[in-house]
Design a protein around this ligand. Structure first.
Ligand SMILES: C[S@@+](CC[C@H](N)C(=O)[O-])C[C@H]1O[C@@H](n2cnc3c(N)ncnc32)[C@H](O)[C@@H]1O
Length: 276
């Protein structure tokens, strides 16, 4: 089978052109430019090709097949132990970089880190000390693979339940970023595509709001300098009203500023809390 024939076959299963080339790169070990110029070359590893087609028939996401997902221009190793990083989460990184504004003596804390995509990206780009936390040992194994793969320094990994490792060890940061599980267990609209992702990365109690409530109640305890900090949390596109309500109920200190941010698809996606 030639590369061109494989391309035509893959097209029957994948709508996204760039994902087709991700698979062809995975199958041949060659980059896009080479593939374009060598369409008549044979795919040598036919059994690998056949298992890809089988996985696609089972709707396994391409990122899990090729063990890679590009996030903020960086290639992260991913497998079924972690959530596949989403493009909308790049908003968290973008806003965090704006707040950091080239400061390099800050402490970053990435809660619910999963593959480490947010925290490792920020560390890689700014060289600030960074803590990466997750409850899942399995997710942290993947995170460690990414730490070895992507140039990152001054990073510590902590396992535990949400804020607990920070509170227990009295660790505080300047920039807190967090993309927690936020889907309501009752949500009927969850796409079929999430079937292969870790369920504890997706769903949360209290209609998906448990982590926001816990954060709003406790975040001053994990901030180094309450007069100069930034906290950015991602949420689901229909959760803004509920999160605004929780904020009003649980954050009573008027010395904080909060704003909501929209992603590139014009959906409300993040809350950002800072000092005034
Ligand atoms: C939505 S995923 C986010 C992963 C990654 N930060 C991203 O943006 O793609 C949520 C992560 O929270 C972790 N998690 C779930 N419950 C947790 C808890 N109680 N404490 C800490 N982490 C938790 C999951 O293991 C998962 O890695």
């Amino acid at each position: 089978m030639t590369i061109h024939q494989a391309y035509l076959e893959l097209k029957k299963h994948i709508l996204n052109q760039s994902e087709i080339y991700e698979i062809l790169e995975y199958l041949t070990g060659h980059k896009y430019d080479w593939l374009i110029c060598h369409q008549d070359k044979l795919i040598e590893n036919i059994s690998k090709y056949e298992s890809v087609i089988e996985a696609l028939k089972q709707f396994v996401p391409v990122a899990y097949i090729v063990n890679n997902k590009r996030f903020y221009g960086i290639d992260f190793f991913v497998d079924q132990r972690v959530l596949i990083p989403r493009i909308e989460t790049e908003l968290v990184v973008e806003q965090a970089l704006k707040w950091l504004n080239n400061q390099n003596n800050k402490v970053i804390i990435d809660l619910c880190t999963g593959s480490g995509n947010i925290g490792i990206t920020l560390n890689h780009l700014t060289n600030n000390s960074t803590y990466l936390l997750d409850l899942s040992d399995q997710a942290l194994e993947v995170c460690k693979i990414n730490l070895a793969k992507i140039q990152a320094t001054k990073i510590q990994i902590l396992q535990g339940d949400f804020l607990e490792p920070l509170l227990e060890n009295q660790i505080k940061g300047d920039l807190i970023v967090c993309n927690p599980p936020y889907i309501d267990f009752q949500d009927a609209n969850v796409g079929f595509s999430t079937k292969y992702e870790p369920q504890n990365a997706l769903f949360a109690d209290e209609k998906g709001l448990k982590f926001y409530k816990e954060m709003f109640l406790n975040f001053p305890k994990i901030i180094k300098d309450i007069n100069n900090f930034c906290l950015i949390m991602e949420f689901g596109f229909e959760q803004k009203t509920a999160i605004e309500k929780l904020y009003t109920e649980f954050v009573t200190d008027k010395n904080f500023n909060h704003e909501f941010l929209k992603d590139n698809s014009n959906n409300w996606r993040c809350i950002m809390i800072t000092n005034i």
